[in-house]
Design a protein around this ligand. Structure first.
Ligand SMILES: [Zn+2]
Length: 89
């Protein structure tokens, strides 16, 4: 639970850094950001203020993986995480 809070705090920090950087460098308004949030929110068909779970297939055993769980629950396959800011730099 504590680790999840840490991850949320890290993501919030990364998001804030990106947004302030974008505002500083590009002419994008907060309302454009809000429009984009709604558009992305709707990708899973539900406007709930959250990203839906994107299902993907495990390349090793073909089981369905949830992208929120960072490994395959069946064979233990772990996708390469190339130090993305979203996975905790
Ligand atoms: Zn697998």
């Amino acid at each position: 639970m504590e680790q999840m809070q840490t991850e949320i705090d890290q993501l919030s920090l990364v998001c804030q850094a990106m947004w302030t950087l974008i505002q500083d460098n590009l002419d994008i308004s907060e309302s454009e950001l809000k429009e984009r949030i709604v558009a992305l929110d709707m990708l899973d068909g539900v406007l709930d203020g959250k990203m839906g779970a994107v299902k993907m297939k495990c390349p090793e055993c073909d089981a369905t993986m949830n992208n929120k769980i960072k490994h395959c629950m069946f064979c233990g396959y772990q996708p390469e995480s190339g130090g993305s800011p979203f996975t905790g730099a």
